[in-house]
Write a protein that binds this ligand. Structure first.
Ligand code: NAD
Length: 298
Protein backbone atom coordinates (compact mmCIF):
# COMPACT_ATOMS: atom_id res chain seq x y z
CA UNK A 1 0.00 0.00 0.00
CA UNK A 2 1.19 3.57 -0.67
CA UNK A 3 1.26 5.35 2.68
CA UNK A 4 2.13 8.91 3.69
CA UNK A 5 3.64 9.34 7.16
CA UNK A 6 4.02 12.65 8.99
CA UNK A 7 5.78 12.89 12.38
CA UNK A 8 8.79 10.61 12.71
CA UNK A 9 9.45 10.94 16.44
CA UNK A 10 9.84 8.37 19.19
CA UNK A 11 6.72 6.51 18.03
CA UNK A 12 6.45 7.54 14.37
CA UNK A 13 9.96 6.45 13.39
CA UNK A 14 9.70 2.79 14.51
CA UNK A 15 6.10 2.54 13.22
CA UNK A 16 7.13 3.88 9.79
CA UNK A 17 10.14 1.55 9.77
CA UNK A 18 7.91 -1.48 10.39
CA UNK A 19 5.59 -0.44 7.54
CA UNK A 20 8.55 -0.23 5.13
CA UNK A 21 9.90 -3.58 6.32
CA UNK A 22 6.45 -5.12 5.67
CA UNK A 23 6.66 -3.99 2.02
CA UNK A 24 4.61 -0.78 2.06
CA UNK A 25 5.79 2.25 0.06
CA UNK A 26 6.21 5.32 2.26
CA UNK A 27 6.29 9.05 1.56
CA UNK A 28 7.45 10.79 4.74
CA UNK A 29 7.65 14.25 6.26
CA UNK A 30 8.88 15.70 9.55
CA UNK A 31 10.11 19.12 10.62
CA UNK A 32 13.38 17.45 11.62
CA UNK A 33 15.50 16.61 8.57
CA UNK A 34 17.54 14.02 10.49
CA UNK A 35 14.38 11.96 11.16
CA UNK A 36 13.44 12.08 7.46
CA UNK A 37 16.97 11.05 6.44
CA UNK A 38 16.74 7.89 8.57
CA UNK A 39 13.59 6.77 6.74
CA UNK A 40 14.95 7.73 3.32
CA UNK A 41 17.94 5.48 4.04
CA UNK A 42 15.43 2.64 4.51
CA UNK A 43 13.74 3.33 1.16
CA UNK A 44 11.11 6.02 1.93
CA UNK A 45 10.58 9.07 -0.29
CA UNK A 46 10.88 12.50 1.37
CA UNK A 47 8.13 15.10 0.94
CA UNK A 48 8.61 18.78 1.67
CA UNK A 49 5.27 19.43 3.42
CA UNK A 50 2.10 17.68 4.62
CA UNK A 51 0.37 18.84 1.39
CA UNK A 52 3.22 17.36 -0.67
CA UNK A 53 2.67 14.02 1.13
CA UNK A 54 -1.08 14.27 0.47
CA UNK A 55 -0.46 15.04 -3.23
CA UNK A 56 1.21 11.65 -3.63
CA UNK A 57 -0.89 9.12 -1.67
CA UNK A 58 -4.50 8.35 -0.71
CA UNK A 59 -3.74 7.37 2.88
CA UNK A 60 -1.81 9.69 5.22
CA UNK A 61 -0.81 8.61 8.75
CA UNK A 62 0.40 11.07 11.39
CA UNK A 63 2.09 10.71 14.79
CA UNK A 64 2.38 14.20 16.26
CA UNK A 65 3.11 15.61 19.72
CA UNK A 66 0.31 18.13 20.32
CA UNK A 67 -3.28 18.96 19.43
CA UNK A 68 -2.04 22.08 17.63
CA UNK A 69 0.40 20.04 15.53
CA UNK A 70 -2.33 17.59 14.45
CA UNK A 71 -4.69 20.47 13.61
CA UNK A 72 -2.04 22.33 11.60
CA UNK A 73 -0.72 19.29 9.77
CA UNK A 74 -4.23 18.13 8.90
CA UNK A 75 -6.04 21.38 8.17
CA UNK A 76 -3.55 24.29 8.19
CA UNK A 77 -2.07 26.09 5.21
CA UNK A 78 0.02 23.59 3.25
CA UNK A 79 -1.62 20.83 5.28
CA UNK A 80 -3.03 17.45 4.28
CA UNK A 81 -6.30 19.24 3.44
CA UNK A 82 -4.57 20.84 0.40
CA UNK A 83 -3.41 17.48 -1.04
CA UNK A 84 -4.65 16.39 -4.47
CA UNK A 85 -4.77 12.60 -3.96
CA UNK A 86 -5.49 12.11 -0.28
CA UNK A 87 -8.70 10.27 0.71
CA UNK A 88 -8.08 9.52 4.39
CA UNK A 89 -6.14 11.06 7.27
CA UNK A 90 -5.30 8.57 10.01
CA UNK A 91 -4.18 10.19 13.26
CA UNK A 92 -2.09 7.92 15.48
CA UNK A 93 -1.57 10.81 17.93
CA UNK A 94 -3.48 11.26 21.18
CA UNK A 95 -5.54 14.44 20.69
CA UNK A 96 -8.76 13.75 22.62
CA UNK A 97 -12.20 13.37 21.10
CA UNK A 98 -12.99 17.09 20.81
CA UNK A 99 -9.99 17.86 18.61
CA UNK A 100 -10.58 14.66 16.61
CA UNK A 101 -14.17 15.75 15.90
CA UNK A 102 -12.98 19.23 14.93
CA UNK A 103 -10.43 17.86 12.46
CA UNK A 104 -13.03 15.38 11.19
CA UNK A 105 -15.45 18.22 10.41
CA UNK A 106 -12.87 20.38 8.64
CA UNK A 107 -11.55 17.51 6.48
CA UNK A 108 -15.07 16.28 5.64
CA UNK A 109 -15.66 19.55 3.80
CA UNK A 110 -12.97 18.43 1.33
CA UNK A 111 -14.22 14.82 1.22
CA UNK A 112 -11.25 13.58 3.24
CA UNK A 113 -12.15 10.96 5.86
CA UNK A 114 -10.56 11.48 9.28
CA UNK A 115 -9.81 8.28 11.19
CA UNK A 116 -8.70 8.11 14.82
CA UNK A 117 -6.06 5.55 15.50
CA UNK A 118 -4.33 6.34 18.80
CA UNK A 119 -1.92 3.69 20.02
CA UNK A 120 -0.71 2.35 23.36
CA UNK A 121 2.34 0.29 24.24
CA UNK A 122 5.21 2.78 24.13
CA UNK A 123 8.36 2.92 22.07
CA UNK A 124 9.08 -0.77 22.82
CA UNK A 125 5.65 -1.73 21.46
CA UNK A 126 6.21 0.43 18.35
CA UNK A 127 9.55 -1.28 17.70
CA UNK A 128 8.20 -4.81 18.21
CA UNK A 129 4.84 -4.25 16.48
CA UNK A 130 2.89 -5.02 19.64
CA UNK A 131 0.96 -1.77 20.12
CA UNK A 132 -2.73 -1.68 21.00
CA UNK A 133 -4.18 0.19 18.01
CA UNK A 134 -7.60 1.74 18.67
CA UNK A 135 -9.48 2.76 15.53
CA UNK A 136 -12.68 4.74 14.99
CA UNK A 137 -14.08 5.82 11.65
CA UNK A 138 -16.09 4.41 8.74
CA UNK A 139 -16.00 0.60 8.71
CA UNK A 140 -15.02 0.46 5.00
CA UNK A 141 -11.95 2.64 5.62
CA UNK A 142 -11.06 0.54 8.66
CA UNK A 143 -11.22 -2.61 6.52
CA UNK A 144 -8.95 -1.00 3.88
CA UNK A 145 -6.44 0.07 6.52
CA UNK A 146 -6.40 -3.00 8.72
CA UNK A 147 -3.74 -4.99 6.82
CA UNK A 148 -1.29 -2.08 7.22
CA UNK A 149 -2.18 -1.47 10.87
CA UNK A 150 -1.76 -5.19 11.65
CA UNK A 151 1.97 -4.63 11.10
CA UNK A 152 2.19 -2.26 14.08
CA UNK A 153 0.11 -4.10 16.65
CA UNK A 154 -3.18 -5.56 17.74
CA UNK A 155 -5.95 -3.63 15.99
CA UNK A 156 -9.31 -2.87 17.66
CA UNK A 157 -12.35 -1.38 15.91
CA UNK A 158 -13.87 0.93 18.52
CA UNK A 159 -16.77 2.33 16.49
CA UNK A 160 -17.83 4.62 13.67
CA UNK A 161 -18.39 7.70 15.86
CA UNK A 162 -15.57 10.22 15.28
CA UNK A 163 -13.36 10.58 18.35
CA UNK A 164 -14.50 7.38 20.06
CA UNK A 165 -11.06 5.74 19.80
CA UNK A 166 -9.63 8.86 21.45
CA UNK A 167 -11.97 8.38 24.41
CA UNK A 168 -10.79 4.77 24.64
CA UNK A 169 -7.15 5.89 24.58
CA UNK A 170 -7.69 8.51 27.31
CA UNK A 171 -9.26 5.91 29.61
CA UNK A 172 -6.22 3.70 29.03
CA UNK A 173 -3.69 6.48 29.60
CA UNK A 174 -5.36 7.71 32.76
CA UNK A 175 -4.79 4.22 34.15
CA UNK A 176 -1.16 4.30 33.00
CA UNK A 177 -0.64 7.75 34.59
CA UNK A 178 -2.23 6.50 37.81
CA UNK A 179 -0.07 3.37 37.88
CA UNK A 180 3.11 5.44 37.54
CA UNK A 181 2.43 7.80 40.44
CA UNK A 182 0.66 5.29 42.68
CA UNK A 183 3.55 2.82 42.35
CA UNK A 184 6.03 5.63 43.02
CA UNK A 185 4.22 6.58 46.22
CA UNK A 186 4.03 2.96 47.40
CA UNK A 187 7.71 2.25 46.73
CA UNK A 188 8.86 5.54 48.29
CA UNK A 189 6.83 4.68 51.40
CA UNK A 190 8.57 1.28 51.61
CA UNK A 191 12.04 2.74 51.09
CA UNK A 192 11.39 5.37 53.77
CA UNK A 193 10.75 2.56 56.23
CA UNK A 194 13.86 0.65 55.14
CA UNK A 195 12.60 -1.81 52.51
CA UNK A 196 14.69 -2.71 49.46
CA UNK A 197 12.93 -1.27 46.37
CA UNK A 198 14.10 -4.10 44.08
CA UNK A 199 12.59 -6.66 46.46
CA UNK A 200 9.43 -4.56 46.66
CA UNK A 201 9.05 -4.55 42.87
CA UNK A 202 9.60 -8.33 42.71
CA UNK A 203 6.94 -8.89 45.36
CA UNK A 204 4.45 -6.49 43.74
CA UNK A 205 4.98 -8.19 40.37
CA UNK A 206 4.22 -11.56 41.95
CA UNK A 207 1.30 -10.17 43.92
CA UNK A 208 -1.94 -8.29 43.42
CA UNK A 209 -0.27 -4.87 43.15
CA UNK A 210 1.13 -5.71 39.67
CA UNK A 211 0.64 -2.94 37.10
CA UNK A 212 2.41 -1.55 34.01
CA UNK A 213 4.63 0.75 36.10
CA UNK A 214 5.81 -2.05 38.40
CA UNK A 215 6.11 -4.52 35.51
CA UNK A 216 7.82 -2.31 32.89
CA UNK A 217 8.77 1.18 34.05
CA UNK A 218 10.41 0.44 37.41
CA UNK A 219 12.70 -2.41 36.24
CA UNK A 220 13.73 -0.64 33.01
CA UNK A 221 13.97 3.04 33.95
CA UNK A 222 13.36 3.81 37.64
CA UNK A 223 15.40 1.27 39.65
CA UNK A 224 18.47 1.67 37.37
CA UNK A 225 17.78 5.45 37.48
CA UNK A 226 18.14 5.86 33.72
CA UNK A 227 14.75 7.61 33.34
CA UNK A 228 14.71 6.78 29.64
CA UNK A 229 11.44 4.94 29.03
CA UNK A 230 10.68 7.08 25.94
CA UNK A 231 7.48 8.97 26.86
CA UNK A 232 7.77 12.65 27.76
CA UNK A 233 6.17 14.09 30.92
CA UNK A 234 4.58 16.78 28.71
CA UNK A 235 2.79 14.08 26.67
CA UNK A 236 1.58 12.27 29.80
CA UNK A 237 0.23 15.51 31.24
CA UNK A 238 -1.46 16.31 27.89
CA UNK A 239 -3.31 12.99 28.10
CA UNK A 240 -4.26 13.40 31.78
CA UNK A 241 -5.65 16.90 31.11
CA UNK A 242 -7.53 15.63 28.05
CA UNK A 243 -9.10 12.82 30.08
CA UNK A 244 -10.23 15.21 32.81
CA UNK A 245 -11.70 17.59 30.19
CA UNK A 246 -13.47 14.68 28.54
CA UNK A 247 -14.99 13.62 31.89
CA UNK A 248 -16.07 17.20 32.60
CA UNK A 249 -17.74 17.55 29.22
CA UNK A 250 -19.68 14.35 29.99
CA UNK A 251 -20.83 15.87 33.31
CA UNK A 252 -18.70 13.44 35.34
CA UNK A 253 -16.25 13.97 38.15
CA UNK A 254 -13.46 11.42 38.47
CA UNK A 255 -12.21 11.67 42.05
CA UNK A 256 -9.12 9.47 41.71
CA UNK A 257 -8.20 10.89 38.29
CA UNK A 258 -8.45 14.45 39.63
CA UNK A 259 -6.02 13.65 42.46
CA UNK A 260 -3.70 11.97 39.94
CA UNK A 261 -4.01 15.04 37.70
CA UNK A 262 -2.99 17.39 40.53
CA UNK A 263 0.11 15.30 41.20
CA UNK A 264 1.09 15.30 37.50
CA UNK A 265 0.81 19.13 37.46
CA UNK A 266 3.40 19.21 40.29
CA UNK A 267 5.60 16.77 38.34
CA UNK A 268 5.59 18.80 35.11
CA UNK A 269 6.35 21.97 37.08
CA UNK A 270 9.27 20.34 38.91
CA UNK A 271 10.69 18.11 36.18
CA UNK A 272 9.78 19.98 32.95
CA UNK A 273 7.77 18.82 29.93
CA UNK A 274 10.78 17.27 28.18
CA UNK A 275 11.72 14.96 31.07
CA UNK A 276 10.89 11.27 30.74
CA UNK A 277 7.61 10.52 32.50
CA UNK A 278 9.31 7.94 34.75
CA UNK A 279 10.96 10.95 36.49
CA UNK A 280 7.56 11.38 38.16
CA UNK A 281 9.05 9.58 41.15
CA UNK A 282 11.64 12.32 41.81
CA UNK A 283 9.37 14.97 43.42
CA UNK A 284 7.76 12.17 45.47
CA UNK A 285 11.22 11.01 46.64
CA UNK A 286 12.22 14.56 47.39
CA UNK A 287 9.19 15.18 49.58
CA UNK A 288 10.01 11.96 51.49
CA UNK A 289 13.76 12.61 51.68
CA UNK A 290 14.71 9.25 50.09
CA UNK A 291 16.12 8.05 46.76
CA UNK A 292 14.74 4.79 45.34
CA UNK A 293 17.22 2.41 43.76
CA UNK A 294 20.30 3.67 45.57
CA UNK A 295 21.86 1.51 48.28
CA UNK A 296 21.48 2.94 51.78
CA UNK A 297 24.71 4.41 53.19
CA UNK A 298 26.25 2.34 56.00
P1 NAD B 1 7.79 12.98 19.57
O1 NAD B 1 7.82 14.38 20.09
O2 NAD B 1 8.94 12.07 19.83
O3 NAD B 1 7.57 12.98 17.98
C1 NAD B 1 6.76 13.92 17.30
C2 NAD B 1 7.39 14.18 15.92
O4 NAD B 1 6.53 15.09 15.20
C3 NAD B 1 8.77 14.84 15.99
O5 NAD B 1 9.67 14.14 15.15
C4 NAD B 1 8.51 16.27 15.48
O6 NAD B 1 9.64 16.82 14.79
C5 NAD B 1 7.35 16.06 14.54
N1 NAD B 1 6.53 17.26 14.34
C6 NAD B 1 6.02 18.09 15.28
N2 NAD B 1 5.27 19.05 14.70
C7 NAD B 1 5.33 18.83 13.36
C8 NAD B 1 4.78 19.49 12.23
N3 NAD B 1 3.99 20.57 12.37
N4 NAD B 1 5.06 18.99 11.00
C9 NAD B 1 5.84 17.90 10.86
N5 NAD B 1 6.39 17.22 11.89
C10 NAD B 1 6.13 17.69 13.12
O7 NAD B 1 6.42 12.35 20.14
P2 NAD B 1 6.08 10.78 20.34
O8 NAD B 1 6.51 10.36 21.70
O9 NAD B 1 6.50 10.03 19.13
O10 NAD B 1 4.47 10.88 20.41
C11 NAD B 1 3.69 11.12 19.24
C12 NAD B 1 2.21 10.90 19.61
O11 NAD B 1 2.02 9.54 20.04
C13 NAD B 1 1.71 11.78 20.76
O12 NAD B 1 0.37 12.15 20.51
C14 NAD B 1 1.79 10.88 21.97
O13 NAD B 1 0.87 11.26 22.97
C15 NAD B 1 1.44 9.54 21.35
N6 NAD B 1 1.99 8.37 22.05
C16 NAD B 1 3.30 8.35 22.48
C17 NAD B 1 3.79 7.23 23.13
C18 NAD B 1 5.21 7.14 23.64
O14 NAD B 1 5.50 6.20 24.41
N7 NAD B 1 6.10 8.03 23.25
C19 NAD B 1 2.94 6.12 23.35
C20 NAD B 1 1.64 6.16 22.86
C21 NAD B 1 1.18 7.29 22.22
Amino acid sequence: MDIGFIGLGKMGLPIARRLIEAGHTLVVHDRRAEAVDKLVALGARAAKSPADVADQVETVLASLPSLQASLEVATGKGGVIDGKRVKRFVDLSTVGSHMAVRIHGLLAKRNIVQIDSPVSGGVGGAEKGTLAVMVSGPRADFDALKPALDVIGKVFFIGEKPGSAQTMKLANNMLSATAMVATSEAVVMGVKSGLDPAVMIDVINSGSGLNTASRDKFPKSVLPRTFDFGFATGLMVKDVRLCLEEAKSLGLSMEVAEAVGRLWEVIIREMGAESDFTSAIKPIEQAAGVVVGKKKAG
